[in-house]
Design a protein around this ligand. Structure first.
Ligand code: ZN
Length: 192
């Protein structure tokens, strides 16, 4: 398999609050960073566009427990917790996709309330390579929407980690994404 024209890389929500020590830490979340850096390097060599989504919440976001939501406050815009992982080597020309930016709507998907689909079509993208955090929430919902929008999806199984609120959530999410039409791939599946 090759990376090339028609492909884009999407890095989902690799932000400090989702890493160990963060407000909503994903176990082993740090492990995706060096792998994603290798995908980024390969994407750049293949002249592919790189997109990075981020949770970018107002301080009183509806998904936060003080407002009756399921999560502790996390990824409040313009705070350290919302920053991308310090070691994530996003290229200077990566397109940042901010989501769930309004108080009263949440968005697990990078397509939710954003212009991502339009941007991808505008650049002739046919296939999206997707990795990041977390497998069972934002990656799952992003992949669902990408497929619904008519993009092919390659799920980067070596560059995702799950929250696993219930044990097995991550594995179930991966199965659902495959059944919906995503291809499960890892770095070694791509020709150098
Ligand atoms: Zn959030």
């Amino acid at each position: 398999m090759r990376m090339g024209p028609g492909d884009a890389l999407l890095v989902v929500d690799v932000q400090r609050d989702f890493l160990p020590g963060g407000a909503l830490a994903v176990a082993d979340g740090n492990a995706v960073v060096p792998v994603l850096n290798r995908y980024i390097e390969r994407a750049r060599k293949a002249a592919m566009p790189v997109y990075a989504s981020r949770d970018w919440h107002p301080a009183n976001h509806c998904s936060f427990r003080p407002r009756g939501g399921p999560w502790p406050p996390h990824c409040v815009r313009d705070t350290a917790g919302a920053e991308f992982a310090p070691l994530l080597a996003l290229p200077a020309d990566a397109t940042i996709v901010s989501k769930a930016t309004r108080e009263d709507a949440d968005a697990y998907s990078a397509f939710g309330g954003t212009t991502l689909a339009t941007m991808l079509r505008g650049r002739g993208v046919k296939r999206l390579l997707v990795g990041g955090l977390a497998t069972d929430y934002c990656v799952l919902n992003t992949v669902r929407d990408a497929l619904q929008e008519g993009f092919e999806v390659a799920l980067l199984t070596d560059a995702i980690r799950a929250v696993d609120v219930k044990p097995g959530d991550g594995a179930r999410a991966e199965r659902e994404m495959r059944e919906a039409g995503a291809a499960s791939v890892q770095l070694s599946d791509f020709a150098p």
